[in-house]
Design a protein around this ligand. Structure first.
Ligand SMILES: *Cc1c(COP(=O)(O)O)cnc(C)c1O
Length: 457
């Protein structure tokens, strides 16, 4: 390999040299060139940070096209994709039903900033099939949905404080870009520059899976907590599967304190089942936020609640929330097409079974070889963890040093034409477009990559 390219390939944060074990690197010359150019346009060369490949080797792939479970990069390499645009593509790339629905909607124009039939159609499809919400509002992203849900909770309860969990991600809104300090119950320390301390101080951060911390927070901030927000299943910092008992506990303590319980189902909504985590736990939250899958690959978010709570939203009520492109007809058409497919009988059963077989087989391989490796999964979401723990329920239990192993794994997988999100803290997604053939291929690549990872001293 050319030294100049080698250098570009190793522009990850720590500038590590390319390893000499494992498979030789695939050619990424065109992606590397595009990335250099992109750096002159965008901070870090990207429009969302994790895309920059800073936690793995090499340069990000510039994707040229996707079809089914495959993507192709600018150099013409083909990959089996387990990132799925970070979750939205539950039917795979370039699904023909979605494409046709979008093309048809586009014949009539792209945006009106006025109500359309398509908004009613998507809303009716959702509300008829979701027992946990009565009224909704569409936004254009998950972040917007969560931001609006937080404002709604504060407006409804007339309280200011929000309780969140360390290890949950809710988008990039100021109030929730906070992390725990040291101590059981802490005010958020900002996890980004540019967030006023006064804003962060309205957010209380506690560890997942700790009843004691939540109880202490409610004691300390009596009648001040507007909402407790938790991801349906925390899936943005590893996959931190919570016990149903814990979620029931949150429901009870919120009810007892007149605090709203918010499920952020931007990942889990329409993913672990049409009705997401609420149905999985059989726990009724007060507000639910959605995004990702709901737009079929186009930008759509949504929040929903009871008719009573939603009546607080303007123009019915005093909580202001708006959006120029909210309910965009083209995006609605994509959502309608995607959700219609998800409602077909057996859709989730098949997808989840296929995923279960895939992860079971990987786990069997790793266990047989005594590798310190565990695949956690729920529905069609999976997470590769380099650990010997049987369960990981809190962010604190994740061993940061194990991310080095993921880094090697990621490179070995790319070199075997398997694409995973470029960080060991990110989960993977199986789509309906992954067939047995590709899952078999992927498994073989994963086995080989694990062998490489664990052959290193
Ligand atoms: C992705 C995500 C968000 C943010 O959604 P965007 O569309 O990226 O703004 C919020 N909450 C959860 C749980 C997410 O996974």
């Amino acid at each position: 390999m050319l030294d100049s390219i080698k250098k570009i390939f190793s522009t990850s944060d720590d500038d590590q040299p390319i390893s000499t074990i494992g498979k030789p690197d695939i050619i990424r010359t065109k992606s590397a060139e595009l990335f250099e150019k992109a750096k002159t346009y965008f901070p870090g060369g990207v429009n969302s940070p994790v895309r920059a490949f800073r936690s793995v080797f090499g340069t990000p792939l510039f994707i040229q096209k996707g079809d089914g479970c495959f993507v192709w990069d600018a150099d013409g390499n083909q990959f089996i994709d387990f990132c799925g645009s970070w979750g939205p593509l539950i039917l795979g790339h370039n699904n023909s039903k979605i494409r046709e629905s979008v093309a048809e909607a586009m014949q009539n124009g792209m945006s009106f900033g006025a109500p359309t039939l398509l908004e009613n159609q998507l809303a009716s499809l959702i509300l008829k099939n979701n027992q946990f919400i009565e009224k909704i509002r569409f936004t254009s992203s998950g972040t917007e949905a969560v931001m609006s849900a937080i404002r709604l909770a504060r407006g409804y309860t007339k309280r200011d404080k929000i309780l969140k969990f360390e290890g949950c991600y809710h988008g990039h809104l100021d109030s929730l870009l906070v992390k725990a300090g040291s101590g059981l119950v802490t005010f958020g320390e900002t996890s980004s520059a540019g967030i006023p301390k006064s804003v962060a101080e309205e957010t209380i951060v506690v560890s997942l899976n700790s009843k004691e911390a939540v109880e202490q927070a409610f004691g300390q901030f009596k009648d001040q907590i507007a909402a407790v927000i938790i991801e349906g299943v925390p899936a943005n910092n590893g996959l931190l599967i919570q016990d149903v008992d814990y979620i029931q506990f949150l429901r009870e303590i919120c009810t007892a304190n007149n605090t709203l319980l918010i499920f952020d189902e931007v990942i889990t909504g329409f993913r672990i089942g049409f009705e997401g985590a609420a149905k999985h736990y059989e726990v009724r939250p007060d507000i639910i936020t959605y995004g990702k899958i709901i737009g079929g690959g186009l930008p759509v978010g949504m929040y929903g609640s009871s008719a009573e709570i939603m009546s607080q939203i303007s123009p019915e009520g005093p909580v202001y929330q708006a959006g120029t492109l909210s309910g965009n007809p083209v995006a609605m058409a994509a959502g309608i097409a995607q959700l219609t497919e998800l409602l077909r009988s057996g859709f989730y059963k098949d997808l989840n079974k296929k995923t279960q077989e895939f992860v079971d087989s990987i786990q069997r391989f790793a266990t047989a070889r005594n590798y310190k490796f565990k695949v956690f999964s729920i529905g069609s979401i999976f997470w590769f963890a380099f650990t010997d723990k049987e369960t990981i329920k809190t962010a604190e239990e994740i061993d940061a040093a194990s991310m080095d192993k993921f880094k090697t794994m990621h490179r070995e997988l790319l070199n075997r034409n398997i694409y995973l999100g470029p960080s060991g803290y990110e989960v993977g997604f199986v789509s309906a477009a992954h067939t047995k053939v590709e899952l078999e291929k992927a498994k073989r690549a994963i086995f080989e990559s694990l062998d490489v990872v664990f052959s290193k001293k």
